[in-house]
Design a protein around this ligand. Sequence first.
Ligand code: 8YV
Length: 315
Amino acid sequence: MNQPHLLIVAQLPDFLVERLQQSFICHDYFHAEDKAALLRDLGPQIKAVVGAGGTSYNETLLGALPSVEIISVFGVGYDGVPIPYCRERGIRVTHTPDVLTEDVADLALALVLMTSRRLVESNRYLHAGHWAERNFPLSNKPGGKRAGIIGLGRIGKAIAQRLEAVGMKIGYQGRTQQAVSLPYYASIIELAAWSDFLIVACPGGEGTRNIVNAEVLAALGPEGTLINIARGSIVDEAALVSALQNKGIKAAGLDVFAHEPQVPAELLRMENVVLLPHVGTSTQETRRAMAEVVVRNLTAHLAGDPLFTPVPELR
Ligand code: 8YV
């Protein structure tokens, strides 16, 4: 049987690659030394593309794949996929919602706790042998504080539940007001001004690029903390660095960055920031569940069945 060709455009776990190899002839574009040669030689044969949430599936890449039928994103965010272009070319696009919601929400809660209770700093303090000299300084209790969530989708709602469980007051901002009993703020500035913790949980992409800018950070203020578990592109990273440097905000907890895997050197030197290497979904359980969703979508496509989780715009 002639297996179709598939292009891997991100670092994927072995268990996913092994599954893909059962149904496709896989080509590793991500690790290829001569990417242009790979595209020239194999581009016309590629039927499917698999990459990560943050991957850029740009028109130059897709333009070199005249026979591509489907992009299956290993992630919930598909901000790197040019949706209008795919619609025009009839390229189908799937992603992996739901299975990762809890892990990402857990991480947001963890970042709130790590920043408010200064857990990473206190861990460093102990390792450096300072405990015997004097006790670690006092931190702050998250309970009773206000958490403003930008984007009350599946993940935003799961974050709200967790933060309510530690006694925080929740407000939110989003494209539209929802039928929930939480206070809604039409503008991000108003939400930031209300919040002690401003939590970024909306999709990335052009519509949300740099919406957390210098003005928003100024509204969050010197007692405020920024948490980002969504996409680095949503926050103006230079404005964030300068707000932290000038004590315009108090702290930050970040799992995502504008140019991953690069992290601004200034942030690496700061005590009051917790920096994680985009690990929101990176548990064995969730990554395996995400892999299952990728495979299920590709299998459905090959069989001519309805896709399992197409992106909403192309349903
Ligand atoms: C992963 C993500 O980093 O779901 C997303 O949108 O960004 C994360 O799950 C990635 O997609 C897996 O490599």
